[in-house]
Ligand binder design. Structure first.
Ligand SMILES: Nc1ncnc2c1ncn2[C@@H]1O[C@H](COP(=O)(O)OP(=O)(O)OP(=O)(O)O)[C@@H](O)[C@H]1O
Ligand SMILES: [Mn+2]
Length: 270
């Protein structure tokens, strides 16, 4: 067992910070060491940690979760780019902590996933609620068939000015918010038809069926993605909105900010 013991020793030698992806009190007690800064990355700060990054989603994919934690810790200046960081997290749902990963904080290019939630026009919980609707829609489809959808969130006045209606707006006189259970049913129902949903900073559904006409110069989206993704990228460059797209063709959920894809999730994994 010495080889294995040495490997574990090397993994944790001379680290600058520990990222603990758990809100379990006993895990915090066990791993919180006086001379290493311990950052808790979890949905809630139940352990009352001084250094805490809030996870807005479950991030079933370990890489995506770690990326979010590191970007969050960098964003809050809890760690610096040349820090050696150990992440304790889980790979299997049944466990709390079963995985140890060592990485330098600047070892991967930041995607901006943390700032999608924290430094965007819309409220963080609105962004999260929209992502959850898109994920759920992607999992179930519409009556078993794959469905696509485009949600433009935040800076709604400007988004409305850069778009036009494709049909009557079923949300014209309503005051409903994303996250209300009934609204999620409505959003799913209306996603069968063309165009985008426009949602305000605070989560009010402003419109369905909008055809977006943003300026598209300088928007560079991966080959293979079509008009819906192009419109999503472009509107987030042309306004301060963010966009969430569920692709009908590959089933992925992608979030755009300032013209770039900052998050890519597979609903099947949720
Ligand atoms: N500018 C736009 N504004 C709003 N909706 C749009 C716009 N362009 C396309 N869409 C919507 O996206 C749908 C799919 O278009 P298209 O196949 O070109 O996009 P895509 O990026 O390939 O998306 P998907 O992966 O879902 O197929 C259209 O039927 C339309 O409802
Ligand atoms: Mn397509």
């Amino acid at each position: 067992m010495t080889g294995l013991g040495d490997l574990l020793d090397e993994l944790v030698a001379d680290i600058d910070a520990l990222l603990l992806f758990s809100q379990d009190g006993s895990a915090f007690e066990t791993f919180n060491e006086p001379d290493v800064s311990t950052v808790v990355v979890a949905k809630e700060n139940t352990v009352d940690a001084d250094e805490f990054v809030e996870l807005p989603l479950d991030f079933t994919d370990v890489g995506g979760r770690i990326r979010f934690g590191i970007e969050g810790a960098l964003g809050q200046e809890l760690i610096t780019e040349d820090d050696e960081v150990v992440c304790l997290t889980r790979s299997f749902e049944e466990n709390d902590v079963d995985t140890i990963i060592r990485i330098r904080a600047d070892e991967f290019t930041q995607t901006g996933v943390y700032s999608l939630f924290t430094n965007s026009r819309p409220d963080a919980d609105v962004v999260r609620d929209v992502l959850e609707v898109a994920i759920e829609l992607g999992k179930k489809g519409q009556k078993g068939k794959p469905v696509g959808a485009l949600f433009v969130v935040g800076d709604a006045g400007k988004v409305m000015n850069k778009s036009r209606p494709l049909s009557y707006n079923p949300f014209e006189k309503s005051h409903v918010h994303v996250g209300d259970p009934i609204v999620n049913v409505m959003l799913k129902e209306f996603s069968r038809l063309d165009g985008a949903f426009v949602i305000s900073d605070s989560g009010k559904i402003v419109s369905a069926y909008r055809y977006l006409e943003p300026a598209a110069e300088g928007v560079d989206i991966p080959k293979g993605l079509g008009a819906r993704h192009m419109a999503a990228g472009a509107i987030t460059r042309d306004t301060n909105a963010i966009a969430v797209v569920l692709s009908e063709s590959d089933g992925m959920v992608r979030a755009f900010k300032a013209g770039d894809i900052v998050l890519e999730l597979d609903p099947e994994e949720y």
